[in-house]
Design a protein. Sequence first.
Length: 336
Amino acid sequence: MRLKIFTAPTMAQAMAQVRRELGEDAIIVSSQRVPKGRGFRITAALESEGEAGLAAPAGPGRGEAVDSIRQTLAYHGIAGDLAERLLKTVEALDLADPVMPLAGAIEASFSFAPLPERLGERPFAFIGTPGSGKTTMVAKLAARAVIAGRPVRVITTDTIRAGAVAQLGAIARVLKLELGEAKTPADLTREVKALAAGTLTFIDTQAANPYDPETTAPLRSFIEAAEAEAVLVHPAGTEVRESAEVAEIFARLGATRLVATRVDAARRLGGLLAGADAAGLMFSEVSASAKIAGGLKPLSPLLLARLLFTGDLPAPSAAAPDKPSRGRTSHSEAVT
Ligand SMILES: Nc1nc2c(ncn2[C@@H]2O[C@H](COP(=O)(O)OP(=O)(O)OP(=O)(O)O)[C@@H](O)[C@H]2O)c(=O)[nH]1
Ligand SMILES: [Mg+2]
């Protein structure tokens, strides 16, 4: 089975590429719009001669590997179309180790865009529900930039909640950064205009209740005032349907990427996948620690697949050591 990914400005052009390279017998495994108007992506497969079909057994262990992936997805609450799509892709791949095929299936269904560590053209505004980890994420990213010796600016629009400015201000002081404060969208425009060219800029925002326009409307004004790229800060462990609805609302406010937080403090990650899938968000980073230094990694298909299987980020930014591992045994226990 040959699996290939095709990207083109239109679905018709992507289909034409599939037909040109794989011929009329190609099987369409998945098709999706790439976020930010970057066209359409089709994952297509072609059976080699003699293969009986997508689910044909290909040696010992194949059935167990597919079952293991199926159980892992069910454990995380990933069901319906998304689970079917991932399993269909998995079945088209070689299955020696279930992590790799799941990573391949995830890559075919999701987009990944880690936050740049170099000079940014647009500021990044971190938005999300109350307590989702926005301020911690901004602090972690600022620390990563400082350690890498990049010019970085941190601005907060969360100037009303008691202690919010002090929370980020204390971290900024340790990093020897000055914290910019913007009480109004006009303040934020001024702050952004005053930035030296090429400064990596992270904007912390006030929590928004996705179901209350009184809190989401000001957020939209701040994002527009900064011409920022909005990043949804989304905690692991959120119920999948809730997560999908919340992510869709934040995507309508302008979010294009998703950073996952608290993966060390939750066992079910299905909400993260459901949120990114429903809202067409690109996975960016993952946080697995409340600490500012460490526990932050760019998300990749392989890292996400590993997280689904083991629950831990690879060392050195490992999650809390006393947290029980989420092995396959516990998945099976949970779904049976
Ligand atoms: N275990 C763990 N805790 C985290 C992580 N990220 C954030 N936290 C904790 O979650 C709590 C909320 O984090 P904040 O960064 O203040 O969240 P916020 O979204 O800025 O909160 P509001 O501004 O009040 O909406 C704090 O106790 C953080 O230490 C993480 O990845 N893992
Ligand atoms: Mg905050």
